[in-house]
Design a protein around this ligand. Structure first.
Ligand SMILES: [Zn+2]
Ligand SMILES: [Zn+2]
Length: 373
């Protein structure tokens, strides 16, 4: 059975929204488990009461039926989660407060209180209004490679439209020759004091000055190229080194080549590689594989074949008596690996049998037959 929420907060049924807020604030301060003499149970009870009475709909239900039916209502048993707190006005996000305090979600068993962290988040420098991105976004692009480029590696220049550091001011946002002056906003201190009205009364906070980004100095004149932003949209040509032996679908990461942010870290550039097929060769690890069709007579007698490889033309010596499917290995003509070494070129022999024999050929084969071949 739920407690009497009005009793819990020490107010009567005609209490205004302000009274409810005030009452909860006092109790939250008094019973907060982090405080000396705090009382976790009472704090939870007060939170639950507040979550209902501060919500017009839930309050009306509670007044009429002694319990709440709305979505996210506290279960009447008082156990488990108290989900569904609505955000409070005035820049104070009550739901966030309650979530941090461990009341959100279903279990409600995990109760963690960190007053400093809680206040830091709610009232401190991490508030959303003064938050700046400290890392630029990542960019991903696709690059098509010809088969030989993937085998031997390549240098590719790609044009990327992105937010990049301004070349003129190198990201400072100031006209380089004009120098720096003391920041007017913080008088050179690099931080500003702020008094904010909050749920718990007025809070003094110190946060880094956003005008000078905590440096205390600002450029005397704005950079004319980027208009003081330090970064700007532009097309940037980036040279990408494709390592030898890269596989289709592999991704190269270039740290810091993504989008830039003023006084922060640039994001990364991800390059997904697509390798085209080759009509003669395929790659298997460090080896290149090709098929070589030879005549039956060459298989029997041996001979030489001209082969176009990725390294240029070469002559392949076919030993006599080679069989179909046999592999000739040419060492060091495969994919470059570390240490200046290369894998092998594997030539798979394919014996082309004639579909149709001429009369004389047939006669010759019959002669072979007599020889036991
Ligand atoms: Zn600039
Ligand atoms: Zn400043």
């Amino acid at each position: 059975m739920a407690h009497d929420y009005y009793e819990t907060l020490g107010i009567n049924k005609t209490a205004s929204k302000d009274d409810i807020k005030k009452a909860f604030r006092n109790l939250a301060h008094k019973f907060h488990p982090d405080k000396k003499g705090g009382d976790e149970k009472r704090f939870k009870e007060a939170s639950e009461a507040y979550s209902v009475l501060s919500d017009d709909k839930k309050r009306a239900e509670y007044d009429a039926y002694g319990r709440v039916f709305s979505e996210g209502a506290a279960p009447s048993g008082g156990q488990g989660g108290f989900g569904g707190f609505s955000a409070e006005g005035g820049g104070f996000d009550f739901s966030d407060f309650v979530r941090r305090a461990g009341f959100g979600g279903g279990s409600g068993a995990q109760v963690e209180f960190d007053l400093g962290d809680m206040f830091g988040d709610m009232f401190g420098g991490r508030s959303t209004s003064s938050r700046r991105p400290t890392r630029g976004r990542d960019i991903s692009i696709d690059v098509e490679l010809a088969f030989p480029e993937a085998v031997f590696g390549a240098e590719r220049r790609v044009l990327i439209g992105k937010t990049a550091l301004c070349n003129t001011c190198r990201g400072s946002g100031g006209k380089p020759e004009a120098g720096q002056k003391t920041c007017d906003t913080c008088n050179g201190k690099g931080q500003v004091r702020e008094t904010r009205r909050s749920f718990f009364g007025s809070m003094q906070t110190v946060r880094p000055c956003t005008a000078c980004r905590g440096k205390g100095q600002v450029p005397s004149e704005k950079c004319t190229v980027c208009h003081g932003h330090g970064v700007m949209k532009k097309q940037e040509e980036i040279s990408v080194r494709i390592p030898a032996g890269i596989e289709d679908g592999e991704v190269i990461r270039m740290a810091g080549a993504g989008e830039a942010v003023a006084s922060g870290t640039a994001g990364d550039l991800y390059i997904k590689v697509h390798v085209g097929k080759h009509s003669l060769f395929r790659k298997e690890g460090a080896n290149l594989i090709t098929e070589l069709p030879i005549k039956l007579s060459t298989a029997l007698l041996g001979g030489e074949y001209a082969l176009k490889t990725l390294d240029g033309d070469m002559t392949v010596k076919i030993p006599e008596g080679i069989t179909h499917g046999e592999i000739l290995r040419v060492r060091g003509k495969g994919v470059p690996v570390s240490g200046g070494k290369r894998g092998d070129l594997l030539i798979k022999i394919k014996i082309d049998l004639p579909n149709k024999l001429s009369k004389s050929a047939k006669h010759l084969v019959e002669e072979l037959k007599k020889e036991g071949i």
